[in-house]
Ligand binder design. Structure first.
Ligand code: ADP
Ligand code: MG
Length: 410
């Protein structure tokens, strides 16, 4: 049987084909498909059902039409109603006189008064399976025709491909999410295991000292325990920092004074003896607006990494530079340490990447990068294996949100 095809119907099919390429979320695909179906079919309402793979139930997704706005997502048992019948049989169905058909007749909806008069329902079918059905209700200008059926089948065919694509995409995202959780748990477990091991060793020494009445053992053991306690605190702080975006708490800061303090702490770090930390401040450094606590953490991370990288006699240097033409303040942390291969540099900002065994968490650089970027700044790295490394922190002198929205307010 030949079917007349109108320009608006062709247009509808092209729209749906474009939707398939444009959207990867099921909701976006559904909405777009339904609005096209309703506009071209000139029906009072339309809805779309998909089969829940886990329960076999039909999931009512969306309704469009004058009376349909208040309809929410509904679950229906498999096989129920005309949609259930179409999904089970895989065959489309037209019922133009619902009032006189006892199989599909239902009373008007109490709240909206919506009464089903005619129905066109076609399965959402891909080559392998049936995903659900499209249902179009109450054609305004007469009965549903063979022409409507053919168009609706074409629409449903396109919709099925779009929905399947969207489902596959969502499954892929879920897999990636689970993989990321798995990696985080593995990294975290490794850190916690190291901390527990340290606490165990320290406690053993404390116990032994107490048994023998030897305070030297007690002191040594307690030192180990409290060091691991600090480590744990750092770990939790880093995890919290990474867990969500944060607005820095800006305050006017003397960056040179901050860097000097960090150099002193870095020089006292336990590790390779004889590592010096030099400070070369730019005397022209103006006052900057940064999150003092966050920036302290960033610079301490970079300086301790520089010290860790230096073998005996190695040197770390911290240099500050007042803003250049780009309005950015610079802090360069340089070391004459072991340097890094390109492969290591590529992994630097991956959480839990560390070459320091039980001494590292692999969170220092990801945290540093995040804080610097939250300031609107950048973290750059240049390294040569066997020669050394330079990290550069670039920070805008004035951040955009600093201006008070109402200058008349204090
Ligand atoms: P952690 O210090 O806990 O290992 P970081 O995120 O601070 O974690 O650093 C990750 C890794 O990057 C370090 O384990 C080290 O391999 C490498 N790294 C960082 N800074 C330097 C540096 N200045 N020189 C050489 N290697 C570095
Ligand atoms: Mg570190």
């Amino acid at each position: 049987m030949s079917v007349a095809v109108h320009a608006e119907e062709v247009r509808a099919l092209i729209d749906i084909a474009q939707t398939i390429n444009a959207h990867l979320s099921i909701d976006a695909v559904l909405e777009s498909v339904m609005s096209v179906a309703k506009d071209v079919m000139a029906a009072e309402a339309s809805s779309l059902f998909t089969i829940d793979d886990d329960t076999g139930e039909l999931l009512f997704h969306i309704a469009q039409g004058a009376k349909a706005e208040r309809v929410k997502t509904i679950r229906m048992e498999a096989g129920q109603g005309i949609v259930g019948h179409v999904v089970d049989s895989g065959e489309p169905l037209i019922v133009n006189d619902v009032a006189n058909d006892s199989r599909w007749y239902s009373k008007p909806d109490e709240e909206s008064g919506f009464q089903t008069k005619s129905i066109l329902c076609v399965p959402l079918r891909t080559r392998e399976r049936i995903l659900g059905a499209v249902e179009i209700l109450n054609k305004i200008d007469g009965p549903f025709t063979r022409n409507d059926l053919v168009l609706c089948q074409a629409v449903a065919g396109q919709a099925a491909v779009a929905i399947e694509n969207a489902m596959l995409h969502e499954q892929m995202l879920e897999k990636e999410r689970l993989a990321a959780i798995g990696e985080t748990v593995a990294g975290l477990s490794h850190c916690i295991k190291n901390i527990l091991q340290g606490v165990k060793t320290g406690s053993y020494l404390v116990n032994m000292g107490m048994e023998k009445g030897d305070m030297e053992y007690v002191g040594k053991g307690w030192k180990v325990v409290s060091k691991k306690n600090d480590f744990m605190e750092e770990l939790v702080w880093d995890l919290l920092t990474l867990s969500k975006p944060r607005e820095p708490l800006y305050e006017k800061t003397d960056l040179n004074a901050l860097c000097e303090e960090i150099c002193e702490i870095g020089a006292e770090r336990e590790g390779e003896p004889g590592v010096t930390v030099d400070f070369k401040p730019d005397p022209g450094m103006p006052v900057v607006e940064v999150d003092g606590k966050g920036m302290r953490r960033c610079l301490l991370n970079l300086v301790t990494n520089a010290v860790d990288a230096c073998t005996k006699g190695g040197k770390a240097t911290v240099e500050t530079y007042a803003p250049g033409d780009d309005g950015m303040v610079r802090v360069v942390i340089r070391d004459t340490g072991c340097g890094m291969s390109d492969e290591t540099v590529a992994k630097l900002f991956t959480v839990f990447f560390s070459t320091k065994g039980s001494k590292g968490t692999g969170l220092g650089l990801p945290v540093t990068k995040k804080i610097v970027e939250e300031h609107g700044g950048q973290l750059e790295v240049a390294s040569e294996k066997g020669k050394g490394t330079a990290f550069t922190v670039l920070l805008p002198l004035v951040h955009e949100e600093w201006q008070h929205p109402d200058p008349s307010c204090p």
